[in-house]
Design a protein around this ligand. Structure first.
Ligand code: CP
Length: 321
């Protein structure tokens, strides 16, 4: 695997899920695979789960993880090509990436969407520079449009908790005070479309995700109707993807608090499990009552981030042999 962005990068999902089960039950079984190998994890943005789970996964495989917080630990990096570098950015990605590549075997990058220029974000301009100039396999640790390590962990969690072969999974938009990227909902949609689930997306009008991620999912604008009979409720905020109106890209179109997932919403489901990628703003996205209930699986979901990262890194190491 030369890069990890989409479910297609990992091949057959059933095989990957079986592998995830083995990795979870015997995480140290491949501790020699990564011997003398180094992974550099580059963070342009904050993280708790991705940073720690990626380091833990690398250590389980015997690799040396090195974390670089861009701007805090390093020079600020210029990402735009063709600019006069007379501002506060001291180094360009064009030099920094090949240097980083010369120090490691695998690279993971977190670089959120800027939400200013849809074309720049949706072309994955920064991650594609890492692929082009590093000569190393590259893992998206949440890039402009996708968060595949999260979505793979979400699918592993659904596999563990489902009680029917084809559960109903509903992803619902929920309000947030700040404009957030679309990477998590994009990837969740993409992975659910690839999995054997009955998948429904619900959000206020104007929040339509890019069709390449929505695929064949059912979109239902009535949140309560969408949630009826759900086995899993996946809550997430996202800003306007700019599909229907490009001028609205990255904007907050609604702060409608009736979309906060509370007991009233969960009551119409099939006693659904509640999921969220975290971090979550309590009583903005989900009520205390729901996230503190026994049906909330946000902690095991986060724990599975180690498993998904380890499967991906294991595949990359095996390809390096
Ligand atoms: N879910 C997730 O990616 O968490 P962090 O932003 O803390 O890494």
């Amino acid at each position: 695997m030369r890069s990890f962005f989409h479910p297609s990068d990992i091949g057959d999902l059933a095989t990957a899920l079986e592998e995830a089960k083995k990795v979870k039950s015997t995480p140290l079984a491949w501790k020699n695979l990564g011997q003398d190998k180094t992974i550099i994890l580059i963070f342009f943005n904050s993280s708790l789960r991705t940073r720690l789970s990626s380091q833990k996964a690398a250590l389980n495989l015997g690799m040396n993880p090195i974390v670089l917080n861009v701007g805090a630990d390093s020079w600020k990096l210029e990402t735009q090509l063709g600019v006069v570098m007379d501002g506060d950015k001291s180094e360009h990605l064009r030099e920094a990436i090949p240097v980083i590549g010369s120090y490691c075997d695998i690279i993971g990058v977190r670089s959120f969407a800027g939400l200013q220029d849809r074309d720049f974000d949706y072309a994955e301009t920064i991650l594609n520079q890492f692929i082009e100039y590093s000569g190393r396999p590259v893992i998206s640790l949440e890039s402009a449009t996708v968060h595949p390590c999260q979505a793979f962990a979400d699918l592993i969690t659904i596999e563990e908790y489902k009680t029917k072969s084809r559960p109903k999974v509903v992803m619902t938009w929920a309000p947030h005070p700040r404009a957030l990227p679309q990477a998590v909902p994009n990837s969740f949609a993409e992975w659910m479309n690839a999995a054997d689930v009955d998948f429904v997306i619900t959000h206020p009008e104007g929040y339509e995700l890019d069709p390449c991620f929505v695929g064949n999912a059912k979109v239902e604008y009535d949140q309560m109707k969408a949630l009826e009979g759900a086995d899993f409720v996946y809550a997430k905020n996202w800003s306007c993807p700019g599909v229907t109106n490009p001028d609205d890209y990255g904007k907050i179109l609604s702060k409608d608090m009736s979309w906060v997932v509370d007991a009233k919403h969960m009551a119409v489901t099939n006693d659904a499990y509640f999921m969220h990628c975290l971090p979550v703003r309590r009583n903005m996205i989900v009520s205390d009552e729901v996230i503190d209930s026994p049906r909330s699986i946000v902690i095991p979901e986060a724990a599975n981030r180690v498993v998904s990262a380890q499967v991906v890194m294991k595949r990359m190491l095996e390809d390096l042999l």
